[in-house]
Design a protein around this ligand. Structure first.
Ligand code: BGC
Length: 364
């Protein structure tokens, strides 16, 4: 833990060629003090993490793979989609940010990219949604934990002060799915550093943190959370069984890649789902931490009938245990919104938000 900390700071100093000051375990960067912050109608007021999870309810992952980040003229997702999301019955968006590609050689975020982010965050909050800012560079982080730590810290050194006056609906998720090189010890050390950076400007904003091993529920016990910080929401991701949810996906092992027509919904399937969600609930109760199921979904190649069954079982199972959830994802795969028709993929939407629960088309 300690070794990682020292190496990561040394790399930061050498690599950034910047005047970096380390104060009481917290790294500060020269640009940190002068964010050009967006303005919001409501001020920040702290909210209990359990209350915020109740408020977050149902959500969806957005914007991760949209061309808007490199060329706003090519955007598929428009700010108007936040209202469509809200009116469909969602309360939350998890904004998936692959920010490392938008940093310069000193890890400073591109001002144009920040402008796009501000536009999206202010529009989402304005449409009544909770917004999770999720740093999502999990692939690089799995390969190079030290290099990743430097960039994650630089990211939060810029984003946290920028959004310090945003209302409580805006939350920060330190890093999606730490994996491989981000072993539990390395990840515990890293998120403590990033959390200290966030806490310097946002002492009571709710921050989302999940375990190593791709936010797998089996690794919740490895999390070393600070007992004196109750403004933490713990997240996990759920894609079990992978043979069903990732059948035909190109980024998984060859055995799963070549699968097709795998079904889901036997008594044993439901029993496993309930057992695993109960495991998370037991951990949450034992540690008094609220839970966000931050990603779940079945790939488009799975048969629609069974995707619907699985999505609905997971969403209702999470709700029954008091977890907030965010479906993976709006678009472009595991798709719940079809940009070619500018409309919902209705069977998936209805599995997530039963039509009987919908209050009105104009908001709730
Ligand atoms: C990754 C996606 C992937 C999904 C399901 C996400 O965290 O960013 O690329 O499709 O998990 O595997």
């Amino acid at each position: 833990m300690k070794l990682f900390s020292i190496v990561s700071r040394a790399t930061a100093v050498a690599g950034l060629i910047l005047a970096v000051v380390t104060v009481a375990g917290c790294t500060t960067y020269p640009w940190e003090e002068k964010p050009t912050a967006p303005t919001f109608a409501q001020p920040f007021a702290p909210v209990d993490a359990f209350a915020q999870v109740a408020e977050m309810g149902r959500g969806v992952n957005v914007l991760g793979y949209d061309p808007v980040w490199t060329d706003p003229a090519k955007a598929r997702f428009q700010p108007r989609h936040f209202k469509i999301i809200h009116n469909a019955g969602f309360n939350t968006v998890r904004v998936v940010l692959q920010s490392f590609d938008h940093m310069d050689s000193s890890n400073r975020l591109d001002p144009e990219w920040l402008k796009t982010l501000d536009t999206m965050v202010t529009a989402a909050v304005g449409d009544g949604l909770n917004v999770i800012l999720d740093e999502h560079d999990w692939e690089l982080c799995g390969k190079d934990a030290v290099g990743c730590g430097v960039k994650v810290n630089a990211f939060w050194s810029q984003i946290a002060p920028r959004y310090k006056d945003a209302p409580h609906q805006v939350m920060f998720e330190i890093l999606n799915e730490p994996n491989q090189a981000m072993t539990p010890d390395v990840w515990n050390a890293e998120f403590h550093e990033a959390l200290a950076i966030i806490r310097a400007s946002n002492p009571t904003r709710n921050v989302v943190i999940g375990p190593s091993f791709w936010n797998g529920l089996e690794h919740l016990p490895d999390l070393d959370l600070p007992a004196d910080d109750q403004h933490i929401i713990v997240t996990f991701h759920y894609y079990h069984p992978l043979t069903f949810t990732h059948q035909g996906a190109t980024w998984v092992g060859p055995e799963i890649q070549k699968l097709s027509g795998v079904t889901w919904g036997s008594d044993a399937d439901y029993a496993l789902l309930n057992k695993e969600l109960d495991q998370v609930k037991a951990w949450s109760d034992a540690h008094s931490r609220p839970i966000l199921l931050g990603e779940f979904g079945a790939y488009d190649k799975a048969p629609m009938e069974y995707r619907v069954k699985w999505d609905s079982a997971v969403a209702r199972g999470a709700e029954a245990r008091g977890f907030a959830w965010a479906y993976w994802q709006f678009d472009p795969d595991f798709t719940v919104y079809d940009f070619s028709k500018d409309g919902w993929v209705e069977p998936i939407l209805h599995a997530l938000i039963p039509p009987s629960d919908k209050v009105s088309d104009t908001g709730r």
